[in-house]
Design a protein around this ligand. Structure first.
Ligand SMILES: CC(C)(COP(=O)(O)OP(=O)(O)OC[C@H]1O[C@@H](n2cnc3c(N)ncnc32)[C@H](O)[C@@H]1OP(=O)(O)O)[C@@H](O)C(=O)NCCC(=O)NCCS
Length: 363
């Protein structure tokens, strides 16, 4: 076995073939078309491969994204395309690739690392825990369209600058360039719907599907809430199907509207999150509280345990996985019945912090 190591530029095609064979057997496209900002030459240094006899047998990659939130900017590494050839499983190869990716996250100052999987226990061994929120709503009936004079378009031939302008209005988003948007617009099986006003200004967008994933899920959206509701109705009407809309917890106005039409409201997790840099996270959280006038927050490590609280009212958390569910949810400060009410009151002013990764950035 050789590796783990980053592939060289001339090995990217070979790697894509390996991933296509193991993760996308029936797809009509190449897997790198699905992840155009992660499985690309610019991100070679963040891929990790292991070879045997010159053949790639295992891979994982990480893509760091700077994520803006109202109270802090986080550098989040997203891990994806973790796979080992079926003939080489259970030999610790993915473990080596994952550890290599985590080392890359540290080297690039990531505060957090996130991934999406259904193999929770496997990733728990690496310090990942289900955390954050993801709300989903089903919309199966169109509502009467309110912006009747607006134009609806299905198709990805749209100005990425217009889309970026609306994307940048999100309170939580990963930093993207026009070029990133342009690349995302070309992802196979990603249907883009837009609504434009009489002055031909983009008012809202919604994206369904992404390669092999998220079919019938609207995982990317942006813009004015009423325009979005009109857009969803237009989609249901013209495509003659229902959609599931994914939203962060902090999209309160849109969630209120969706709650009125959806038969269900489902609360899930954003993903499996690992605190990669405790000191950096602790500094950012204390700074966020300080800017709101709370300068007595304690969050530090002592003898391997996490000490957390306000002033002299301090509590010990056993692990970073407990902390991650408190910082980003779903655990509420108010459920921590060992904590004094006045401490709960201060901490719940900001916690859980809003965090989100938009669908096109998930890998
Ligand atoms: C999930 C997957 C990536 C794991 O790859 P792998 O190389 O077999 O992973 P590892 O060998 O590191 O770990 C697998 C198991 O072997 C065990 N193991 C680790 N090191 C070992 C070693 N040196 N010898 C024997 N077993 C070992 C691990 O503890 C783990 O056990 P668990 O399943 O009880 O947690 C692989 O099964 C796969 O490619 N699946 C299909 C694609 C997929 O589902 N990817 C995940 C997307 S998020």
């Amino acid at each position: 076995m050789q590796g783990p190591r980053s592939p060289e530029a001339h090995e990217l095609d070979k790697l894509v073939q390996f991933l296509n064979k193991n993760l996308r057997q029936n797809a009509e496209w190449q897997i790198n078309q699905e992840y155009p900002t992660a499985l690309t030459h610019q991100n070679l240094h963040n891929m990790s491969i292991i070879e045997e006899d010159n053949q790639i047998v295992s891979h994982a990659l990480i893509k760091p994204v700077i994520t803006k939130t109202p109270h802090a900017i986080f550098r989040i590494g997203a891990i994806g395309s973790v796979v080992t050839d079926p003939n080489h499983r259970n030999k610790g190869l993915s473990t080596q690739n994952l550890q290599n990716c985590l080392a890359k996250a540290t080297a690039q100052n990531c505060d957090l690392v996130i991934l999406w999987t259904d193999q929770y226990d496997y990733y728990r061994k690496f310090g990942f825990e289900l955390a954050g929120f993801e709300y989903t709503y089903v919309m199966n009936q169109p509502l009467p369209i309110e912006n009747k004079d607006y134009k609806f378009i299905k198709g990805s031939q749209i100005d990425p600058n217009a889309m970026l302008k609306i994307y940048n209005q999100h309170t939580v988003n990963g930093v993207r360039t026009v070029d990133d948007i342009q690349k995302c617009l070309r992802i196979p099986n990603s249907n883009v719907f837009t609504i434009w006003n009489q002055q031909n200004q983009l008012m809202a967008y919604a994206v369904e599907g992404k390669g092999a994933d998220l079919t019938n899920y609207i995982h990317e959206w942006g813009g004015n809430v009423q325009c979005l509701m009109d857009l969803f109705s237009y989609m249901i009407q013209t495509e003659n199907k229902s959609y599931t809309i994914m939203t962060p917890i902090h999209s309160v106005n849109l969630r209120n509207k969706l709650r009125m039409v959806s038969p269900t409201e489902h609360q899930g997790y954003l993903g499996m999150i690992r605190i990669q840099d405790f000191d950096s996270i602790a500094t950012k959280i204390k700074k966020a509280f300080k800017s709101e006038g709370f300068d007595q927050i304690v969050l530090e490590k002592k003898h391997g345990e996490i000490v957390f609280g306000v002033g002299t009212d301090l509590y010990t958390l056993a692990s970073e996985t407990d902390l991650v569910q408190i910082i980003f949810g779903p655990n509420s400060i108010n459920q921590l019945d060992f904590m004094k009410p006045e401490t709960q009151k201060v901490l719940s002013q900001l916690l859980p912090l809003p965090i989100w990764v938009w669908g096109w950035d998930s890998i």
